[in-house]
Design a protein around this ligand. Structure first.
Ligand SMILES: [Zn+2]
Ligand SMILES: [Zn+2]
Length: 338
């Protein structure tokens, strides 16, 4: 087995370089994954452009990328060697497994969690990564490496829909028809939602969402949202005006889930929320979503391949990170082996 690999490092804000480094060592409970496909996420773009996200600051060179799939190339001493050769989708985190939150089943809230591409933990824009065996999920041959990689943002959608209590017959409003909005729309439909209304200012994005999960698409600058009386509102835009308008569309005792980021503080219609006893929560990543993601994709209820709009090699990570600036681009994929 090769002992050296190529990796794309964010050296500092706005500066990338491909370097050769040792293949990571596999701990007893881990597998070594040869990375096949990695989705570019808004957070990767943000680290590249700004060098930090909130409290997470890039202080030394960091490998970006946390949406990945690959093939198991080697296993640790506690892992069944028959796993070598399996095609897998990777859940890119390592919780401590034994704190108050982990023991309560909310390992996404573990204070000691290590998450790919979140300083100082390296991500997947490289040829090999390690992950605990239980977080490398075997995928059927019918699922592409691209779709398997995008089970990470799908997990965000699944977790948001679970927190929003989306189920059979639900009426759901989604703000923002970017990759996450379209994923949430498909997920809501897969969970049995009867109506999925999506809002976006861009007409091409509204059209795309209508083809992939949404039953109705509205322009928030023109169309009235108040009075829709939806069961749940999920914000995938991060725009304060979209959140404020979306809340006014929620029925009494309905739910609001804030997925989109970008603004730390803005005002909310408090008396409306009080008088209707509306539940509002954020979401932080996800817990136990990959089995659901694999079922949704392999059954065809959710189509992630339709989100792929750009393909790049490891020496083209900069182009991949900039791809989203072009209209019509949804998801760029990096192929570290190419
Ligand atoms: Zn992501
Ligand atoms: Zn923990």
């Amino acid at each position: 087995m090769t002992t050296q690999m190529k990796a794309s490092f964010l050296k500092k804000q706005g500066e990338l370089a491909v370097e050769t480094i040792p293949v990571p060592e596999v701990r007893a409970d881990e597998v070594l994954v040869r990375v096949e496909a990695v989705g570019v996420c808004g957070s990767d773009v943000h680290y590249y452009a700004h060098g930090k996200i909130g409290p997470y600051v890039v202080e030394k060179p960091l490998i970006l990328g946390h949406e990945l799939s690959g093939v198991i190339a080697a296993v640790g001493s506690d892992v069944n060697p028959s796993r070598v050769g399996q095609r897998v989708a990777v859940e890119p985190q390592r919780p401590c497994g034994d704190c108050f939150q982990c023991n309560a089943g909310r390992y996404n809230l573990c204070p000691d969690i290590e998450f790919y591409a979140t300083p100082p933990i390296d991500g997947a824009f490289c040829e090999y990564v390690t992950i605990q065996s239980k977080f490398a999920f075997e995928i059927p041959d019918s699922v592409s490496f691209e779709a398997a990689a995008l089970m990470e943002p799908l997990s965000v959608g699944i977790w948001a829909c679970e927190r929003a209590e989306v189920g059979k017959g639900s009426r759901v409003l989604i703000a923002g028809a970017g990759p996450i909005g379209v994923i949430v729309a498909q997920t809501a439909r897969a969970l049995g939602a009867a109506e999925v209304i999506i809002t976006d200012v861009a007409e091409d994005r509204r059209e795309f969402a209508l083809q992939h999960g949404a039953t109705q698409a509205l322009d928030p600058r023109v169309d009235e949202l108040a009075g829709l009386e939806v069961d749940a509102f999920i914000d995938a835009s991060g725009a304060p005006a979209a959140v404020q308008g979306g809340i006014l569309a929620v029925r009494p005792a309905g739910r609001v889930i804030l997925v989109g980021g970008g603004h730390d503080e803005y005002s909310l219609p408090i008396s409306f929320i009080q008088n209707r006893e509306i539940w509002i929560s954020g979401v932080f990543r996800y817990t136990n979503t990959w089995p659901t993601a694999i079922e949704m994709v392999s059954s065809g209820k959710v189509d992630l391949d339709i989100l792929v709009t750009g393909k790049f090699g490891l020496d083209e990570v900069e182009e991949a990170l900039n791809a989203g600036k072009t209209a019509g681009q949804l998801k760029a994929i990096v192929y570290p082996g190419k």
